[in-house]
Design a protein around this ligand. Structure first.
Ligand code: PDD
Length: 287
């Protein structure tokens, strides 16, 4: 349960937490966010999340609302006040509230900052990873700056809703040439017949996942063969293994794509071993 939310300098009860009706996040999705894993009351890969937040703000020319240190303090405080041991902390920064007008408001309009924390169940996520998840593919109808972590998530919501009806937990977006870009809220990976781990290279068409970056460190250390390149959906169907990565699930094995079993239809050894190793490579910040 979320009890206390940080909104623009104040820690307020959840039921009273609110932003202005003319917040640009609400009217234009003119807003960016981060989701950071909380593990044993600590933040996972805080520095990488902060670096991405800074980059997202810069790409949209939204001013940094406060120093990274101060934002880190807010996140930790929200985690503490909500007594979250394991779960996530969500931080959103919009361009602020101003009478609706497409052009950016003046410098007197300050960014809106919201931060909330929510407990999760590591046991439930581990149980899901034991059996793996199903994926449904869908055309990638998103904009061409998916490298910026904006709250403009409607294509993902629509696609996930459809996937859910088919019993799939995540979607994989596919570009017009048949290549998988990424998941609705995760990065996409496969392992080919030779044991090479394949994931799309960074670019404007995918989010530079923090979990992805940390996993690349783990893969480098484990001396697993890696290829950062686009892969076709048909390659994924024929892959030995598949998995997704995100802050909330770390490494999650994929066992079905569009109703087809991947490999033997069970979580693969590469995905399982990388899942086990993940937190050894992540940076866990002090409380
Ligand atoms: N989503 N790609 C997309 C489109 C995402 O929304 C996410 C994360 C990722 C994985 O990034 P990271 O490893 O930094 O979590 C990739 C978060 C978890 C969300 O929207 O809830």
């Amino acid at each position: 349960m979320t009890r206390i939310v940080y909104v623009n300098g104040r820690y307020v009860p959840y039921s009273q937490a609110a932003v202005h009706v003319e917040d640009r996040g609400f009217q234009f999705a003119d807003s960016i966010y981060e989701v950071c894993e909380v593990r044993s009351g600590r933040l996972v890969d805080e520095e990488r999340h902060m670096a991405r937040l800074k980059r997202s703000l810069g790409e949209l020319q939204i001013s940094q609302p406060m120093s990274e240190k101060a934002l880190g303090h807010v996140m930790r405080e929200v985690v503490k006040r909500n007594r979250v041991r394991n779960g996530l902390v969500y931080l959103q920064v919009s361009r602020g509230a101003a009478p609706r007008e497409f052009l950016f408001p003046g410098d007197d309009v300050l960014p809106t900052v919201v931060c909330l924390a929510r407990p999760g169940s590591p046991a439930a996520i581990d149980a899901r990873a034991e059996v793996g998840i199903a994926i449904k593919s869908t055309p990638d109808i998103r904009w061409q700056r998916c490298d910026i972590k904006t709250v403009m998530l409607l294509p993902a919501c629509l696609a996930k809703e459809e996937a859910h009806k088919d019993g799939a937990r995540e979607v994989w977006f596919v570009d017009p040439d048949g290549y998988v870009t990424e998941g609705g809220s995760s990065n996409a990976w496969i392992v080919d017949g030779d044991g090479t781990v394949i994931t799309r290279q960074l670019g404007a068409d995918i989010l530079p996942g923090v979990t992805r970056a940390t996993l690349l460190d783990a893969i480098g250390e484990a001396k697993v063969r890696l290829s950062e390149r686009p892969f076709l959906l048909t390659e994924a169907y024929a892959a030995r293994e598949a998995f997704i990565t995100s802050a909330t699930q770390t490494v999650m094995p994929v066992v079905r794509i569009d109703g087809r079993a991947i490999g033997d239809g069970k979580p693969g050894p590469v995905a399982q071993s990388l899942r086990q190793k993940f937190h050894h490579f992540a940076t866990i910040s002090s409380a």
